[in-house]
Design a protein around this ligand. Structure first.
Ligand code: PGA
Length: 240
């Protein structure tokens, strides 16, 4: 089953969320796809109340702590409470802008697992690391440092998102993506043993999505910009 994850980032207001909800609820036919919508926190509960229940909801972040005096934070338990099934952790924008470390990401993943959420752990090399041939080393380090022992096939998805491909319109060659996903499975025993899904993210569009989804070892896509345009997102959903 292919997984399609929409990461809205800090976009879409209530009116846009309502419109998206109406269109997408009519569209989703279930079957051989798992669709996960990740809006900003304020819209999660609205979507849970109004969206077709076969469409899953995910948050874009959660606290590394369970509860308490952490002003501005949202716990994994709260996300579970209002009907989320997934949470994105360690997106490269958070690693870069908020200095999130793999250790913190691991703690967030632990919170997610503890509360019954599936963690979507984002990893990716930057352009300099890519050019220096360090992609696999960087990804291996990020994954091994952020995966707790609680990981299972059901509670964790890895999202490979080259930092240089995000929002840039540039996508690695299909055979590079295939090789990287394969190398991760081979190098990191737990990915193989637990049969974790690895999805690809970074400039996925209505146009290139079918090609990316057909790559061996790619279990789905994480879509940023193209998930904001309902017509384009419809194209992505209709392709699988
Ligand atoms: P993009 O973003 O599809 O706009 O490149 C993907 C992401 O950052 O998750």
């Amino acid at each position: 089953m292919k997984t399609i994850i929409a990461n809205w980032k800090m976009n879409n207001d209530l009116a846009e969320t309502k419109r998206f909800c109406e269109v997408i609820s009519q569209l989703h036919r279930g079957g051989d796809q798992e669709v996960i919508i990740c809006p900003s926190f304020p819209y999660l509960y609205y979507l849970r109340l109004h969206l077709d229940s076969r469409i899953r909801l995910g948050a874009q972040n959660c606290s590394q702590y369970a509860k308490g005096a952490y002003t501005g934070e949202v716990s994994a338990a709260m996300l579970k409470d209002i009907g989320c099934s997934y949470v994105i952790v360690g997106h490269s924008e958070r690693r870069a802008a908020y200095n999130e470390t793999s250790q913190q990401i691991k703690e967030k993943v632990l919170q997610a697992h503890h509360c019954g959420l599936t963690a979507i752990i984002c990893v990716g090399e930057n352009l300099a690391e890519n050019k220096a041939g360090r992609t696999i080393a960087v990804l291996t380090e990020q994954i091994t440092q952020s995966l707790p022992e609680t990981v299972t096939e059901q509670n964790t998805i890895i999202a490979y998102e080259p930092v240089w491909a995000i929002g840039s319109g540039r996508v690695p060659q299909s055979d590079e993506i295939e090789q990287i996903h394969l190398a991760l499975r081979k190098n990191i025993g737990i990915l193989f043993e637990k049969n974790l899904k690895i999805v690809y993210g970074g400039s996925v569009t209505g146009e290139n999505c079918r090609k990316i989804l057909s790559i061996k070892n790619v279990d789905g896509v994480l879509v940023g910009g193209a998930s904001l345009n309902i017509d384009e997102f419809k194209v992505i959903l209709e392709q699988i």
